[in-house]
Design a protein around this ligand. Structure first.
Ligand code: WT7
Length: 657
């Protein structure tokens, strides 16, 4: 039942529908809406049977006795009694037959250097690496921190940890030494793997140096293993601490190429990944082996429609969950060829992505809306320089994609022929939850569409009523779900399971469900603003702005307002060469009035050359709210470019409302 008075107003209208192209559907794993519906119905009617069948496609040393144990909910357990090894499922399983010498990883360095590792190569390198870890004293259950560049050794090191049962915790290479310290101390890691240096935009990042600073006050650390980015030359001088620090290229000499995969219980910890929450302290999200493995495998297979001949490229960094699930564990379990790229989309020039797509004949391309919008801003000339005809499927992840960017992605990158999978999920969910299946589900620009198999979402009000627009909930456990927050089981319960009296998982996102049953993610619930009792998803307002030809990007925040409850402040970035002035303000207001309604007009539009973003590209709305409310600025250490915020502050105080 739809509650009569929805707390959220349904706002902008987007009616375009793109059915799966017939040629795509014919060859797809999931070929039709009927097939999706039949499988989905089965996955919901009997999830234990469904997931047991999927897990049965993978290698288990010992079969589970219980598929799902809900006795101690929300601390669910999957595949209890099962013993397996995820590294084995990524590599050893493919060493027979045609996949043995198939490219597993095609690496493109920032400088244009290239390396190809076949499945046999990757297996050998992982075994060597695992033996080095063992020689340093790493044992099953010991937590290993990784702080590296996006180089094959990062993939190798992660897989080596999984092979010997040492949980890994990867820290994105852009984090500061303080962040390393906090994370190491939180999980009491005993080992760090790092590189001497890495490249970023042609500059050299002193990774080992940052680790040294970070772990200076971390007594838990026993050894630091250092991989040379280019063993022949010293990219950046490093100080090796006697007794603690070891060069990989020295330690590997004489190691065996064989290393048995450890017996991992299905619920043994696979990794911890730190992510920000509503409080200042990052949460160590825990994922275990058997359920995560099964979920990553199936989502990658069906959502990216992986086939033996595909060249799959996910542009994320392995430091984020997207890299864990959809550079490594998902595609490798499917024996895919994975492109791994060290650099950024606009170095040395704005066409780096498209150059790589052409160079390797990428068929499946998965990136974030923020990258798509940046490319859109740089102009069509850059992709047009390249032959992108190898592409057959595009993906989007990380934030709501506005219809304008979706259409550009579809037309300019996909040549109008590639389905787009807009995949909604989180660090906490382990894998993709709401998404089109590209051969079966008609897409709508801006909608993540339908739930994946076994996933039962709902859109609820605060008191748990079904509403058209409200708060996203996941009603049933799924194999890839987080198993807790490291060291803080209480916080796990209060953050994710306290709402709706512990019955459902609360992801923290707002959502809307349309008449066709498609889900539209409206952004975090803390980004939803209530203006005169009209709740407006800031993402929807932002997507209206970027429909204007002059606008590159925008971010809308809510601030307290005496009469309206809350009011909106819009920060807008204009495209190069476009004029930001009173005319544009008028046009934007007209557009909002037309697409949403006058109630959604902001108090102020602030033009800004740039928006404050984290290094992973997320707009830091918290900082915009601080500026808009004239508060002292919160923590700015995760900002990619701190100068942006100073310029904005200046700008805000001089903008008339
Ligand atoms: C949050 C999770 C999922 C891997 C990368 C980010 C937002 C993610 C979408 C999407 C709308 C999305 C949500 C979510 N988000 N994907 N397709 N459409 N919003 O992982 O850092 O854990 O962030 O990103 O708000 O809660 P994360």
């Amino acid at each position: 039942m739809t509650a009569p008075a929805s707390q959220f107003e349904t706002v902008s209208q987007e009616n375009r529908v793109f059915p799966p192209p017939a040629a795509f559907a014919r060859q797809a794993h999931i070929k039709s809406l009927e097939q999706y519906r039949e499988m989905y119905a089965r996955s919901i009617a009997d999830p234990e049977k469904f997931w047991a069948d999927v897990a049965g496609e993978l290698h288990w040393i010992q079969k589970w006795h219980t598929v799902l144990n809900s006795k101690n909910a929300p601390f669910y357990k999957w595949f209890e009694g099962g013993v397996t090894n995820l590294c084995y499922n990524c590599l050893d399983r493919h060493l027979h037959g045609a996949t043995r010498n198939k490219a597993a990883i095609i690496f493109e360095g920032e400088q244009g250097d290239q390396r190809v590792l076949t499945y046999a190569d990757l297996h050998r390198e992982v075994c060597l690496f695992a033996n080095v870890l063992k020689s340093l004293g790493v044992k099953k259950g010991d937590i290993v921190m990784l702080y590296m560049a996006m180089v094959p050794e990062l993939a190798i090191a992660v897989l080596a940890c999984a092979r010997i049962g040492a949980p890994h915790s990867v820290i994105f290479g852009g984090f500061s030494s303080e962040s390393i310290k906090d994370r190491v101390n939180d999980c009491q890691a005993k080992f760090v793997i790092t590189s001497d240096a890495g490249y970023r935009r042609g500059k050299v990042l002193p990774l080992k140096h940052t680790v040294d600073e970070g772990i200076a006050e971390c007594p838990s650390i026993q050894k630091v293993l250092v991989v040379a980015r280019e063993p022949q030359k010293q990219l950046h001088p490093v100080t090796m601490k006697e007794g603690r620090d070891v060069w990989y290229h020295e330690a590997v000499v004489g190691q065996s190429r064989h290393c048995e995969a450890a017996r991992q219980d299905a619920e043994d910890l696979l990794f911890i990944l730190y992510t920000s929450g509503s409080t200042g302290k990052p949460k160590g999200i825990m994922h275990t082996t058997g359920g995560y493995m099964t979920f990553a495998y199936l989502t990658a297979k069906y959502i990216f429609d992986l086939k033996p001949e595909d060249v799959y490229w996910c542009t994320a960094d392995i430091g984020w969950v997207t890299g864990h699930s959809y550079i490594l564990y998902g595609p490798l379990q499917n024996a895919a060829t994975v492109v791994m790229f060290e650099g950024v989309p606009n170095w040395p020039e704005n066409d780096r992505f498209w150059q790589i797509v052409e160079k390797y004949g990428v068929t499946v391309f998965y990136t974030a809306p923020t990258a798509i919008r940046a490319c859109m801003k740089w102009g069509d000339v850059w992709p047009q320089k390249h032959d992108l005809s190898s592409l057959r499927l595009l993906g989007s992840v990380g934030e709501p994609i506005n219809p304008e960017a979706w259409m550009w992605y579809h037309n300019v990158i996909g040549g109008g022929r590639c389905p787009i999978v807009d995949t909604w999920w989180q660090t906490e969910t382990g894998g993709i939850m709401i998404t089109p299946l590209p051969g079966a589900i008609a897409t709508k620009p801006g909608s993540a569409t339908v739930p994946f198999f076994g996933i039962e979402p709902a859109v609820l009000s605060d008191d748990g009523q079904d509403v058209r627009a409200g708060i996203l909930a996941i009603k049933k456990p799924w194999p890839g779900m987080m198993r807790g927050i490291w060291g803080d089981p209480g916080r796990f319960k209060t953050t994710y399971f306290a709402k709706w009296s512990g019955k459902y998982y609360f992801p923290g996102d707002g959502a809307r469900k349309d008449d066709d049953g498609n889900y539209w993610i409206l952004g975090r619930v803390d980004d939803v603003v209530n203006v005169s009792a009209h709740r407006i998803g800031t993402a929807e307002l932002e997507s209206v702005y970027v429909e204007h030809p002059s606008v590159a990007e925008s971010a809308v925040v809510g601030i307290p307002h005496e009469l309206k409850g809350q009011a909106l402040i819009s920060f807008v970035t204009v495209k190069q060469g476009k004029e930001a002035g009173p005319d544009l303000i008028r046009e934007l207001n007209d557009l909002v009035a037309k697409k949403i309604g006058k109630f959604a007009l902001p108090e102020k539009i602030i033009f800004s050359a740039d928006l404050p973003k984290t290094r992973s590209g997320k707009i830091m709305r918290r900082l915009l709210r601080d500026i808009a409310e004239g508060r002292a600025l919160g923590n700015v250490t995760t900002l990619a470019d701190p100068s942006v915020i100073e310029a904005l502050k200046e700008k805000y105080s001089t903008t008339e409302s």
